[in-house]
Write a protein that binds this ligand. Sequence first.
Ligand code: KG4
Ligand code: ZN
Length: 341
Amino acid sequence: MLVMGIESSCDETACAIVNDKREILSSVVWSQFEEHRRFGGVVPEIAARAHLEQVDLIVQEAMTEAKVDFDDLSAVAVAGGPGLIGGVIVGVMTAKAIAMAHQLPFVAVNHLEGHALMARLTNDVAFPYLLLLVSGGHCQILAVEAPGKYVRLGGTIDDSAGEAFDKVAKMLQVGYPGGPNIERVAVYGDPKRFALPRPMKGRDDCLFSFSGLKTAVRHQIEVLGTLTEQDKADLAASFQQAVIESVIDRLKHGIAVFKEKYPDAKDLVVSGGVAANCALREAIENLARVRQMTFAAPPLKLCTDNGVMIAWAGLERFKNGKTSSLDFKARPRWPLDSDDI
Ligand code: KG4
Ligand code: ZN
């Protein structure tokens, strides 16, 4: 079984081919950092046009790298949402065209399901498992029961963790993209210098909040006036530490709820772009050890958006007989815990 996956829901144009032996035959990711850098964030219209210019080339490159032809494929999958709608439409139309021209089954995958199932290709993870999904657009704790079957234990009431990383990076002027640059400068900083809030800590639920933390950083910047490189590093480190402590606290609650519902389940998976943060991964790995759970996370480059996660989720869906109609419409919003629009 050979499945192609196309991803274009944010600022990466990506295509990959995987098989049912959990092998990655090819993975091509083209990041639009240069297109968006001078705006300090992703500009949807520019992203859509860039996807349109690149997608055919990226698909071709993935085919060449995998040494396969369209007719060798078992199905073609695409991230059908949620995301920036112009980009999603580019991916969906491309995948539909390939499916029609080569008479292939078409599988529309929820982008979040791509992140959610990724660890099943890279690690030995069995259903059901507890998932912390932390990306640029989302921050949720979910119980994953099967492809298409998710129980949301909690999410964010305002910003996602990635959004907070990106906004704080912009405020500190440490460069775009935000998350990796905060992590880079935080290495030289003192995480204890600034007393930032630990949002939602101690609450009896699995909810997150990051907007107040962002405001607290802004306030500190105003108090300091001009920032030295050391100020920036200390603020980045203090901010990162606050995010980690908040996430760990929320996850502790998530583990308790999960264990009550699925007493025999053992796997704790973290995925999504923010899961590429090594300090956060380490903290979660420690928590898993203490709570006697098995920690699993995709390798760093498969945490941020890529085609492999779409191809793999498409393959898991296809194996379960879940293909999509060519009438499928790109979705700007698509909650993971429901197949409904
Ligand atoms: O999953 P992803 O590639 O795209 C979405 O689906 O949103 O996640 C992108 C997010 C961005 O907010 C980015 O700043 C964040 O993941 N990110 C990180 C790191 N690498 C990427 N955040 C913290 N530390 C990192 N090393
Ligand atoms: Zn993503």
